[in-house]
Design a protein around this ligand. Structure first.
Ligand code: SF4
Ligand code: SF4
Length: 475
């Protein structure tokens, strides 16, 4: 898709959103604006609401970094489970590739936090300062009491949104029900306050000050997403064949009677564009796929009693008349989509299976380097180890162990009936392994620990097994 990197040539863009000046998009209304609002509501309900949800007496989702535990409802993840984070990133990456190949920049237009916070800030602009024309007028007006009052109200609202966003973000990492009262009482921990302040600052900076500049100049996805596009990918496009030659006309003029195309050159599609481009100049990398121009143009088409869809979701192939809009669905099943979909499916299944079958006890065996080998009071060779036993569940669990490697090998330090490890705790236990001198001559010998663990009170047949390799140093 070579057009993706094209620079717009339209001079009208410069007139409507003068370069170097703040973009004041007009508010778009229509079905895609409603869809954007619904996605915004759903994502923000999740972000702001989730930290307040309780689960079995604690925060349902709590990323306790100092405690090295991630709580996600019944699941408790410990540092050994970091592999699942890589799995999750793979699912997100393949999901994004797959979705972008099918539907272009839907993520950018509807769900990306940058888009969402820009939308919230634009909503505040609109609420306090009015629509585009009123905002432009206010910008140009001299400072007076009215302007100071309006600007102050706006900045207070922006500060409230940014502040609460920062507090909420910190609340994913510290118990929010304790953090918020402590914050207002001035007793909250420095780390949590700093996290909230930094996130609030970035919300203000990226959502209010930088806005579309983040998408235009900072976002790497904006640059590489066109590599995932093919000529069957859904894009938001102006139907040049139908729209041109563009031009103003009387509202009473019949369609086609003026010799003009359907574009009445009202520039509404440019006025609503949050990144300040003219979609009629072709697909541009700056376009975030928000569909505001579709809503604006559909409204004009309705007023003119022309069919909707002069600007619409379509594909490059349709624009080149290779097939029609009605055939777009049939093009979903194509090799690139199937390939990304296959990778996504494998990664997602692997992640889900891995998460639900993961060990809830993690054991590290650390050889005591101080004493390589010694003779115990029974005349046996003995090596010392430290077992770091991490109970990655919220229930107490019983762990027991045997060790293998020589004909006569014994393990001391763990009770035969097993050791109870409290839920979510890391316990360090010194143990000794011994054998008769004739089985372990000089050098290192491979041995194996077999641990069995089960929830406290559960029968032995519910125990799960972990095997870990270690080495035994002989005489
Ligand atoms: S909104 Fe539609 S009719 Fe108006 S300028 Fe844009 S493409 Fe043309
Ligand atoms: S061109 Fe249309 S879809 Fe693209 S950013 Fe502008 S308004 Fe949104």
């Amino acid at each position: 898709m070579t057009d993706a990197n094209k620079t717009p040539k339209s001079r009208k863009v410069i007139e409507i959103h003068p370069e170097g000046q703040r973009i004041h998009p007009k508010k778009a209304e229509g079905r895609f604006a409603k869809l954007r609002l619904a996605v915004l509501a759903a994502t923000q309900l999740f972000f702001y609401g989730m930290p307040w949800l309780m689960w079995h007496g604690r925060q349902a989702v709590w990323f306790d970094i100092p405690g090295r535990h991630f709580y996600i409802f019944d699941m408790v993840l410990v540092p050994n489970d970091l592999l699942f984070l890589s799995g999750l990133l793979m699912v997100c990456a393949f999901g994004l590739f797959w979705w972008t190949t099918i539907a272009g920049r839907l993520w950018c237009g509807y769900a990306c936090p940058q888009t969402v916070y820009t939308e919230i800030m634009l909503w505040i602009d609109h609420l306090v300062e009015g629509d585009r024309n009123q905002r432009l007028k206010l910008e140009k007006s001299p400072w007076n009491l009215h302007k100071i009052r309006v600007k102050l109200t706006k900045y207070l609202l922006i500060a409230a949104v940014a502040g609460w966003t920062g507090i909420t973000f910190a609340g994913w990492f510290v118990p929010i029900r304790e953090f918020v009262p402590a914050l207002f009482a001035g007793t909250a921990g420095f780390g949590a306050v700093l996290t909230a302040a930094i996130y609030a600052g970035f919300t203000w900076l990226l959502g209010h000050i930088m806005r579309e500049k983040v998408c235009l100049h900072m976002c790497p996805y904006a640059r590489f997403q066109s590599a995932m596009f093919d000529h069957d990918t859904l894009i938001i496009s102006y139907d040049e064949a139908r729209g041109e030659p563009r031009g103003a006309r009387k509202k009473t003029a019949q369609r086609g009677e003026t010799g003009l195309g359907d574009c009445i050159n009202c520039n509404m599609c440019v006025q609503v564009c949050p990144v300040g481009i003219d979609i009629r100049e072709g697909l541009q990398y700056q376009c975030i796929g928000c569909a505001a121009c579709i809503d604006a143009c559909d409204e004009i088409m309705d007023k003119m009693a022309y069919p909707r869809g002069l600007i619409r979701y379509t594909t490059e192939a349709v624009l080149k008349h290779e097939y029609t809009d009605a055939d777009i669905k049939k093009r979903l099943l194509r090799p690139k989509v199937a390939l990304y979909g296959g990778f996504l499916g494998i990664a997602a299944i692997g992640l889900v299976v891995g998460l639900f079958t993961r060990q809830t006890m993690h054991i590290d065996i650390i050889k005591d380097r101080g004493v390589m080998v010694r003779e115990n009071k029974l005349g046996m060779l003995e090596n010392a180890y430290r077992l770091n036993i991490n109970n990655a569940s919220e229930q107490p669990q019983i762990v027991s162990a045997v060790v293998r490697g020589f004909e006569d090998i014994r393990l001391n330090g763990l009770p035969e009936q097993g050791l109870e490890i409290p839920g979510g705790e890391l316990v360090s236990v010194p143990v000794q392994v011994s054998t008769q001198p004739e089985y372990a001559d000089r050098g290192s010998h491979p041995i194996e620990f077999e641990f069995r663990y089960r929830p406290a009170g559960a029968p032995e047949n519910q125990a799960r097994t972990i095997r870990e390799k270690a080495s035994f140093i002989g005489e």
